[in-house]
Design a protein around this ligand. Structure first.
Ligand SMILES: Nc1ncnc2c1ncn2[C@@H]1O[C@H](COP(=O)(O)OP(=O)(O)O)[C@@H](O)[C@H]1O
Ligand SMILES: [Mg+2]
Length: 629
């Protein structure tokens, strides 16, 4: 509240004051004039009365004295008359106009002259004896009027001044200071001060009806309350909007799909969390940018997206492939045109179907392995007995031809044959070599069959916790010392890049089986280098990393790679592209069985012809997981 300042400038007060002054001046002036006029009239009638008094009291005796020419008496009487108020000059003239006697002073401006005829009765006759002139001075009248005027003016001025000051004070006290306070309140009014009501520094009586100021104050405060209500309502609406926005954001960001919103000129308007993960570009950097810059991988779909927006039709592109350092990824792309509420553009939805494709492929492979594997194992089982008989018999033939045993020599002697010379014959006719051939072929068949038997057999060796890195290192040693491999390609010429994670846990496996898998893969990689010599030096990247609840092992070479047909069949038993004797087509199928069937893991292949091949093994970290799987 501003302090009370009675002398502050107030235009309304001064205007009011001027109006009051003007009106009271006019009324005062009119009143004064009337007053003066009435006073003047009174004075004039007083003069009249005096003349009448002279006429009645003196005129007769004056006429007699004039008749008698009694100058002394005349003077006496005239002196008496001169004493009367306002009488200034008296002169008596004879009938003939001669001045008989005069008293007083005639001079001066404000005078009024009266002439009386002096008649004197004599013997029943009346004779005109002369005239009396009385000159009355109006000086006194005017002076009295003037004094009155001065008094009136002085008192009125004082009255008006006092009244003005009083009005000013009252006006300021009752109105202006409150108006100023209201103005100050209104000027300083803002949202922070919404809760401070306007209160005037004034006493309000117990009157029933509110005065104008109170009406104003109430109106102000009502306005304030309305504002508070409005703002509350607006806050509520904002809160609702915010909550709705959060909810929508949540939906958009919790979606497993990547969502990109674009306008008709392909500027990004929406970039959800999945999109950030996919591109490693935060939404803040992506929104507002041209999509070609932040998502160049979709550039080849540009025309189709445009068509979708233009014709307001949904567009889809399935199984789009992206090459990642970690291997290929597959996406289904859906483009929805937007048209509602004047918002134009489209939403692009990307669904990562890599996993689904992987599982699909795995299921197909597993089915195949189960059917083919069952058949293979059955065949192996059936062939195992005759093959055993062949190998056994061959072994026996060698033993029974040997001259070192007494029993053989005895039997030969009984038949009259020299064992040594018979061996010479067998050697000469290459029969021993044939037998050797039967033996080694039998052994090879035996190895194949024992591999084939793995398809049916659930590993009976027990699992133990092993470090995948150690198993890999042992497999590398075996590969380096592998005699058959050395004949084709020296494993030591291959550059091995070991990319082992530091936090790889030990996992429950049958170590010999996993070593065998690693060895198979390393051997295949080395063979793929032999077949394909190119400018880049041969190398194999070995990567072992924990990945959620599995350990992932990548073996990637830069060898020949394979075409799609080969890639789709590599895990098939007996599928090989290698010449007879060099490949059996069992290495990968056996590995596949070991990883998926015996260890509940997965084995996948990715390959680009001419560039290289990557095998990906995933092995569960805990035995429980593998039992559930
Ligand atoms: N690292 C590799 N690079 C290129 N091709 C490969 C690779 N590994 C396997 N293959 C292909 O897969 C086929 C099957 O392999 P595998 O089952 O080990 O049988 P084998 O090695 O006896 O041919 C091979 O013949 C070869 O064509
Ligand atoms: Mg092989």
């Amino acid at each position: 509240m501003t302090p009370l300042n009675l002398f502050a400038k107030s235009t309304v007060a001064s205007r009011l004051l001027i109006a009051i002054l003007l009106v009271s001046f006019i009324f005062t002036a009119a009143g004064t004039l009337l007053q003066l006029y009435l006073d003047y009239r009174t004075d004039m009638s007083f003069i009249e009365k005096q003349l009448q008094q002279v006429e009645e009291g003196y005129l007769k005796s004056l006429a007699k004295s004039t008749w008698d020419l009694d100058e002394q008496s005349l003077r006496l009487q005239l002196d008496g008359i001169l004493q009367l108020q306002d009488v200034r000059y008296l002169e008596i003239r004879t009938e003939l106009g001669q001045s008989l006697i005069r008293v007083g002073d005639r001079g001066g401006d404000r005078i009024q002259s009266h002439l009386f005829f002096l008649d004197h009765p004599y013997r029943e006759q009346t004779y005109a004896v002369g005239t009396l002139e009385i000159v009355m001075s109006l000086e006194g009248v005017y002076e009295r009027l003037w004094n009155k005027l001065r008094v009136i003016l002085a008192t009125q001025s004082i009255k008006i001044f006092c009244m003005s000051a009083f009005i000013l004070l009252i006006f300021r006290l009752l109105i202006t200071r409150h108006l100023t306070a209201m103005a100050a309140y209104a000027r300083g009014f803002n949202l922070e001060r919404l809760d401070q009501p306007l209160i005037l520094n004034r006493k309000t009586g117990p009157q029933q009806t509110e005065d104008e100021l109170e009406i104003m104050v109430n109106a102000f405060n009502q306005m304030r309350m309305n504002l508070i209500d409005d703002i509350d309502r607006r806050h509520q609406v904002e809160e609702d909007l915010r909550r709705m926005r959060n909810y929508l954001d949540n939906i958009v960001n919790s979606m497993p799909s990547a969502l990109v919103g674009i306008d008709p000129v392909h500027q990004v308007t929406l970039w959800n969390r999945q999109c950030e993960i996919l591109t490693h570009i935060p939404a803040l950097d992506a929104v507002g940018q041209p999509m070609a810059r932040v998502f160049p991988r979709l550039n080849h779909l540009r025309d189709r997206i445009d068509t979708a927006i233009r014709h307001q039709r949904m567009m889809s592109a399935d199984r789009i492939t992206w090459k990642d350092p970690d291997g290929s990824r597959y996406f289904n792309v859906l483009v929805y045109p937007l048209s509602a509420n004047g918002i134009e553009g489209a939403v692009i939805r990307l669904d990562d179907i890599t996993e689904a494709i992987r599982i699909d492929a795995m299921m197909i492979q597993t089915e195949k392995m189960i059917s083919v594997g069952g058949l293979t194992a059955g065949m192996a089982h059936e062939l195992n007995n005759p093959l055993g008989a062949i190998l056994n018999s061959t072994q026996n033939i060698f033993r029974r031809l040997s001259p070192e045993f007494d029993k053989n020599r005895q039997a030969a002697e009984d038949c009259g044959v020299d064992l040594v010379r018979m061996n010479d014959y067998l050697g000469k006719r290459n029969i021993l070599l044939f037998l050797e051939g039967i033996k080694s072929s039998g052994e090879r068949a035996n190895r194949i069959i024992s591999n084939m038997l793995q398809f049916a057999r659930k590993s009976n060796s027990s699992k133990e916790l092993c470090q995948p890195v150690e198993l890999m290192e042992r497999a590398i040693e075996l590969a380096a010392g592998d005699y058959n491999l050395k004949k084709e390609y020296d494993f030591r010429h291959i550059r091995l890049i070991r990319d082992y994670g530091t936090d790889v846990p030990a996992i429950p496996v049958v170590p010999t089986e996993i070593e065998q898998v690693f060895l198979n893969l390393l051997r295949n990689a080395a063979q793929a280098m032999t077949d394909h010599r190119k400018s880049a030096p041969p190398q194999i990247v070995l990567r072992i990393r924990p990945d959620n609840d599995v350990v992932r092992i990548d073996i990637a070479d830069n060898g020949s790679g394979m075409d799609k047909n080969t890639r789709l069949r590599v895990f098939d038993p007996f599928f090989t592209t290698k010449p007879v004797g060099r490949g059996t087509g069992l290495g990968l199928s056996v590995s596949y069985m070991i990883i998926t069937h015996n260890h509940q893991g997965t084995l996948e292949v990715e390959s680009t012809p001419g560039e290289g091949t990557r095998f990906i093994i995933r092995l569960p970290m805990s035995a429980d997981a593998s039992a559930d799987a």
